[in-house]
Design a binder for this molecule. Structure first.
Ligand code: ATP
Ligand SMILES: Nc1ccn([C@@H]2O[C@H](COP(=O)(O)O)[C@@H](O)[C@H]2O)c(=O)n1
Length: 420
C-alpha cells in the first residue's frame, strides 16, 4: 500500500505536515538527510513513553477518500485504547492547489503493549491510508518519520525513513488549497459530477439528478427583480421574506428548493464534498424557478449561493477569521453559470439577540446551527465569508429593530436598486 500511496503523493519531502492541537496548528516537514535540526514543537510536547503516528487518507477516488475520512475517525475513536489522543492533521505542498490531504495524528500514551500498531497495520493493508510512525533518536532531539508498508505475512514494515524538522506556518491556511470544487462548486457540471459518481453508493443521488435542469444559463435575466435574503439562522429571513412576498405581490422561493426536502437529511449526513454538491445543485434548481417566476412577478428568495459558499468556506477553514482565504480570492467569486440576483440582503444580528430569538422559537437545530451557537469563531468565519462573496456582493441590514422596521428598511433598498 505504501508504494501505491507514495505514487499518489509525489514530492513527499516537499510536503508540510500540520497537526491541530487544541485548535492551534503545529507545522513540520521531513527531509532525507540528517542536518541536526531541533525537534518540531508538536514532538517537543510529548512525554518519554508516548508513541506518535500519523494517518493520511488518500486515494485516486475522491468520493471514497471523503467518505473514508469520516468513517476512519469513528473507527479510531471506537477501537483505540483510552490512553490515545487523536488530533486532526493534514499534509500539503505550499501554494499548490488540490495538494491537501487530510488525516489524523495519534499519540499513544499507554504503558506496556498496546493494540495500536496491529490496528494501524490492518488499516495500511485494507484501506486508503498512509501510516507513519515517529521515533525519537538516541540524542533525545532528532525525530524520524517511518513510512509504513506491508509485506507478505508481516503486518507492517518500514518502507522509508525521513528526518523530521520544524516548518514555517504557510502564508494562508492550507484548507484554502482544496476548497474549489471540493467545498464550493462553481458550475452545474462540477457539482453534478460528484452526485453522478456517488449514484452507486447513495441511490438518492439519482433522484436528485433527475430534478436538475439539463443546462445552466446565467445570462437569461428575468423581467422582474430577484431579491435574495441571506443571514444566519433566526436572523428573521422567514419573517421578512413572507412580508416581502405580501407587500410586493412577489413569488417566494427558497434554496434548497422544496422538491429536494425528501433527501436533505440524507445528504446532511454525508462528508462535505457530497453535502456541498447537493446544496450547490439546489441553487441551480432554484435558479431555474427564479427564471420562470421572474417572467411574471418579482421574486423573493430565502437563502441562495451566498449561504452555500459561506457555510462551506467557514467549515473548511478552522480557527480564527484570518484563516479564511484572503479577501478577493477566487473562492469568493460567483459561479459564471448561476443566475445573478438583482439584490442580495444580508440580515445581521447581535449574537445574544439571535440566541434569544432561537430560544423563543424553540425548534430543533442542525449540527451547523448548533455549531454557530457553541463556536463563536465559526460564526465569525461564516459572517465574514458572507461579506467577502462578490458578484453580487450582499448589502448588510441590521435585523435588530422590529420586524416592520426591518421590512421598511429592505423595501427602501429594493426601491432604490430595483426600481419597484
Ligand atoms: N425583527 C424581529 N424582531 C424580533 N423578533 C423577530 C424579528 N424577526 C423575526 N423574529 C422572530 O425571531 C425568530 C426567528 O425568525 P425567523 O424564523 O424569521 O428567522 P430565520 O432567519 O428564517 O431562521 P432559520 O434560518 O433558522 O429558518 C422567530 O420566532 C421570529 O418570530
Ligand atoms: N442555499 C443553501 C441553504 C442552506 N445551506 C446549508 O443549510 C444550513 C442552513 O439551512 P437552514 O434551512 O437551516 O436555514 C447551513 O448549514 C448551510 O450549510 C446551504 O448550504 N445552501
Amino acid at each position: 500500500m505504501a508504494g501505491r500511496m507514495m505514487a499518489l503523493l509525489p514530492r513527499w519531502s516537499s510536503r508540510v505536515f500540520a497537526v491541530e492541537l487544541d485548535g492551534a496548528p503545529f507545522y513540520f516537514a521531513v527531509q532525507e538527510s540528517h542536518l541536526g535540526e531541533e525537534a518540531p514543537r508538536v514532538f517537543r510536547k510529548t512525554q518519554p513513553r508516548d508513541r506518535c503516528y500519523s494517518l493520511l487518507v488518500c486515494s485516486k477516488d475522491r468520493i471514497k477518500t471523503a467518505r473514508f475520512y469520516g468513517e476512519l475517525e469513528h473507527k479510531l475513536l471506537r477501537e483505540l485504547p483510552p490512553e490515545c489522543d487523536l488530533s486532526p492533521m493534514s499534509s500539503f505542498l505550499p501554494n499548490v492547489r488540490d495538494s491537501l490531504i487530510k488525516g489524523y495524528f495519534l499519540k499513544d500514551s499507554s504503558e506496556g503493549s498496546s493494540p495500536v500498531e496491529r490496528l494501524l497495520g490492518d488499516l495500511t493493508q485494507r484501506e486508503p491510508v498512509m501510516v507513519c510512525s515517529y521515533c525519537k533518536g538516541e540524542d533525545g532531539q532528532q525525530w524520524t518519520q517511518h513510512v509504513w508498508s506491508h509485506g507478505g505475512s508481516k503486518v507492517m514494515e518500514v518502507a522509508k525513513k525521513y528526518y523530521v524538522v520544524p516548518s514555517e506556518a504557510p502564508e494562508y491556511h492550507p484548507s484554502a488549497l482544496n476548497m474549489i470544487n471540493s467545498d464550493v462548486f462553481y458550475s452545474l457540471e462540477e457539482a453534478r459530477d460528484v452526485l453522478q459518481k456517488c449514484g452507486d453508493i447513495i441511490p438518492e443521488a439519482m433522484s436528485v439528478l433527475e430534478l436538475l435542469p439539463s443546462r445552466a444559463e446565467a445570462r437569461n435575466k428575468p423581467d422582474f427583480p430577484v431579491i435574495v435574503i441571506e443571514g444566519l439562522d433566526a436572523t428573521g429571513k422567514t419573517t421578512l421574506t413572507e412580508s416581502l412576498r405580501e407587500t410586493l405581490g412577489a413569488t417566494l422561493l427558497r434554496s434548497p428548493p422544496q422538491c429536494l426536502s425528501p433527501w436533505r437529511d440524507r445528504f446532511d449526513q454525508e462528508p462535505p464534498l457530497i453535502r456541498r454538491a447537493f446544496y450547490a445543485l439546489g441553487n441551480y434548481i432554484t435558479a431555474e424557478q427564479m427564471g420562470q417566476e421572474g417572467k411574471k412577478t418579482p421574486v423573493i428568495v430565502d437563502r441562495f449561493w451566498h449561504s452555500t459558499a459561506a457555510y462551506a468556506i467557514a467549515t473548511a477553514a478552522s480557527g480564527p477569521v484570518c484563516n479564511l482565504p484572503e479577501e478577493g480570492s477566487e473562492v469568493y467569486c460567483w459561479p459564471s453559470d448561476l443566475l445573478q440576483p438583482s439584490l442580495v440582503v444580508l440580515l445581521t444580528l447581535d449574537p445574544e439577540e439571535r440566541k434569544r430569538r432561537l430560544r423563543n422559537r424553540g425548534q430543533g437545530k442542525t449540527n451547523e446551527e448548533q455549531e454557530l451557537d457553541h463556536n463563536q469563531l465559526f460564526r465569525l468565519r461564516v459572517e465574514e465569508a458572507y461579506r467577502r462573496i462578490s458578484g453580487p456582493a450582499c448589502v448588510s441590514v441590521d435585523a435588530s429593530p422590529s420586524a416592520d422596521q426591518v421590512l421598511q428598511q429592505v423595501l427602501l433598498l429594493i426601491r432604490g436598486k430595483c426600481h419597484l
